[in-house]
Design a binder for this molecule. Structure first.
Ligand SMILES: [Zn+2]
Length: 424
């Protein structure tokens, strides 16, 4: 029996217009809804009951949906649609996820099969499940869900599509599109669940900010300096900082125009910066309270790069340590504190000498601590402006510095920095 026959039968059954019923059926079929399910859905729409398959889910506004809801029917506009492969009960599944909106609000969705809809479509989604995701309700579109084009376009305030500036990207975002310059990129081999895998890691920038990225399916077009449009990425959190993730479903298109990348990092109080949960590129101004243990001349494990004590790595046991320079300083601006970490180069700048100088000083004093003591004597009590990547985890807030400069309002610190430069 074809669609026309079923439409005629159903229309006479419901006392409805045949052409209208047929159009409704065809809408559903266009979204790969099986014919029998489509018939039931159209029957419900025309008030003909549910055809004996159980209660019809109530139609609700998105703002009303809570995690206590059972199945629902909603009429919505598709804002975004991302694609991702996940491992679910041992199988690799391709799922679609993104955001839907109506006049009252928005909701995230996960579609466990391809219903074929696109951002901008207005849909009536029937019998969608509700699940809780990080405390908020999310729509689950599964095999018992029906998807049909809505009778009327759904007007929404939100912009349709996933195009975003980097500053607007939040952890948990899916189906996003960015236009960026690749600032840094490194190849890396990781051991994943399917053995060793090559990935790319680096930094992307646009005129609003910078974010780290990982490409799980390395794309040759992602070269340092390249200006690209990247479609269908998702963002996840790493130590409080959103990072952009590319998969095999992401597309990378070279851009002919060049992307302007900001040189500015937002300046925050330490409390405000910590409150965000993590910022990839931020500037704070504060005073060094203390130079912590593990600063100055240190030794690292040659295998994992972690700082070791007495030739013992926590993961690798007794190892031949490699000498390095580092500073870990407690930094305060009256609102909160953060641990500022200076790498070898910034440490050499504040020490006024490199690794060889530090080793020579330690040998002469027969004490490694002289290096940290010298650094502490210069830094403690002085005010600096630090730029870097702020992360927050259960151990507190850490700012990995890329720039460490005496604050303009602290002439003493400025004088010390000038002296250090003369000593170099
Ligand atoms: Zn190690």
């Amino acid at each position: 029996m074809d669609v026309t026959d079923r439409a005629e039968e159903l229309a006479s059954d419901l006392g409805a217009d045949t052409a209208e019923v047929k159009a409704d059926l065809e809408n559903l079929l266009e979204y790969s809804v099986p014919l029998d399910e489509a018939v039931q859905s159209v029957r419900r729409k025309h008030g003909g009951g549910d055809g004996g398959t159980g209660a019809t889910p109530t139609s609700v506004d998105l703002a009303e949906i809570t995690t206590d809801h059972g199945n629902v029917t909603v009429t919505v506009r598709v804002l975004t649609r991302g694609t991702r492969s996940i491992r679910y009960q041992g199988d690799d599944l391709t799922i679609h996820e993104g955001e839907l909106a109506d006049e009252t609000g928005t909701i995230d969705y996960t579609a466990w099969q391809d219903f074929g809809f696109e951002p901008g479509d207005s849909l009536t989604i029937g019998n969608a499940g509700i699940r809780e995701w990080e405390g908020a309700p999310e729509l689950n579109l599964n095999e018992s869900t029906t998807v049909a084009i809505a009778d009327e376009p759904v007007a929404v305030d939100q912009s349709v599509g996933g195009d975003r500036d980097l500053v607007e990207i939040d952890a948990g975002d899916r189906g996003r599109t960015v236009e960026v310059r690749v600032l840094e990129v490194d190849e890396k081999t990781i051991s994943g669940r399917d053995g060793e895998t090559d990935i790319l890691e680096g930094v992307l920038g646009d005129e609003t900010g910078k974010l780290p990225f990982t490409d799980w399916d390395p794309t040759p077009a992602l070269e340092a300096g390249a200006d690209v449009r990247i479609e269908d990425v998702y963002a996840r959190e790493f130590r409080g900082v959103p990072s952009i993730n590319l998969t095999r479903f992401s597309t990378v298109t070279p851009l002919s125009e060049s992307i302007a990348v900001t040189n500015e990092a937002p300046h925050h109080s330490i409390a405000a910066a910590v409150d965000t949960g993590g910022i990839f590129d931020v500037t704070v101004t504060g005073t060094v309270l203390e130079v912590r243990d593990g600063s100055g001349l240190i030794e690292r494990c040659p295998k994992c790069g972690r700082v070791i004590q007495n030739g013992q790595c926590r993961s690798h046991g007794a190892v031949d340590g490699e000498d390095d320079l580092r500073v870990k300083a407690i930094f305060d601006d009256g609102t909160d504190t953060v641990t500022v970490v200076l790498d070898d180069e910034l440490t050499a700048d504040v020490y006024g000498g490199g690794l060889d100088d530090a080793l020579a000083a330690a040998t002469e004093a027969m004490d490694k601590d002289v290096v940290a003591e010298s650094i502490a004597a210069d830094l403690v009590g002085r005010t600096y402006t630090v730029r870097g990547s702020l992360s927050v985890d259960e151990y507190g807030a850490t700012l990995d510095a890329t720039d460490f400069e005496p604050a303009a309002e602290d002439p003493a610190a400025a004088a010390r920095a000038a002296l250090a430069e003369v000593r170099e």
